[in-house]
Design a protein around this ligand. Structure first.
Ligand code: COA
Length: 257
């Protein structure tokens, strides 16, 4: 791939957006490569969790590629938005846990990418914002939908309407990120949380993704999805292993079956 680096280490797939000279701005090729990397992660058993980050120490992703945005019209603009939404939905619905390691600017499409991940851990230097209205557009990769879920309607209106850029600490205070850590500890903190998650039953974790997604989908009966998911877990070998291991006072060995 041209704009994405992938490394598999200790069952974690690191996906690094790698256009540092452009502050890792997401051009169309990068979105397509990101899509391919997520597909790879879903399909390969050896990948148990994913960390998405940006190259360098200045930016996670500073937005969609403005040079490309400048050339779109009402028709290509719709397609631009829909194709980004599709990839970001794949991230949100990924059955394996995804943490955004936010190592700098997370603006526009970069903030939306972080919002699509299951969990966000930010370095102290990270900055967040959805400045699209300054360009005469609005967040088109799911930002208007996901931000209110995390920070509430009022704060979402404020951030999207002003285009203000906020610090990692403020992002933490409003619930936009899960944790803020010193830059040098960022990857360690992500790995620590992800290792904790991937020790659990992969089946249970995948069902958690479905249930939490359903909680925000008005067309779904979330309680129904929850009981269906509960039932799926109950027929798994992981469920037997988890309960037997508890009773035998040992650590469970989950196989994802
Ligand atoms: N699209 C395309 N290129 C981008 C970009 C984006 N979203 N964000 C940054 N870049 C490029 C700059 O054009 C510059 O390229 P150049 O060296 O070829 O001129 C390079 O990345 C470095 O950015 P620069 O602006 O010089 O860095 P800075 O430290 O002065 O400012 C930002 C950093 C993030 C505040 C500033 O780059 C910025 O405002 N970027 C756009 C953010 C945005 O509006 N994102 C939403 C897009 S929908």
């Amino acid at each position: 791939m041209e704009n994405i680096l992938t490394v598999l280490k200790n069952s974690i797939l690191y996906i690094t957006i790698n256009r540092p000279a452009k502050l890792n701005a997401l051009n169309i090729l990068t979105i397509q490569e990101l899509d391919a990397a997520i597909e790879y992660a879903v399909e390969h058993k050896e990948v148990r969790g994913i960390i998405i980050t940006g190259s360098g120490n200045k930016a996670f992703v500073a937005g969609a590629e403005i040079a490309e945005i400048a050339g779109i019209n009402e028709f290509t603009g719709r397609k631009f938005s829909e194709s980004g939404q599709e990839v970001f939905e794949k991230i949100e619905l990924c059955p394996k846990p995804i943490i955004a390691a936010v190592n700098g600017y997370a603006l526009g499409g970069g903030c939306e990418l972080a919002l699509a991940c299951h969990i966000r851990i930010a370095a102290e230097n990270a900055q967040f914002g959805l400045p699209e209205v300054s360009l005469g557009i609005l967040p088109g990769y799911g930002g208007t939908q996901r931000l209110p879920h995390l920070v509430g309607k009022g704060k979402a209106f404020e951030l999207i309407m002003t285009g203000d850029i906020i610090s990692a600490t403020e992002a933490l205070n409003i619930g936009l990120v899960n944790k803020v850590v010193p830059f040098d500890n960022l990857y360690e903190a992500c790995e620590e949380m992800l290792q904790k998650i991937i020790q659990k039953s992969p089946i249970a974790i995948a069902q958690v993704v479905e249930c939490i997604y359903a909680a925000f989908d008005e067309e779904e009966d979330g309680y129904q999805v929850e009981s269906d998911s509960f039932s799926i877990c109950c027929k798994s070998e992981d469920f037997k292993e988890g309960t037997v291991a508890f009773l035998e006072k040992r650590k469970p060995q989950f196989t994802g079956k």
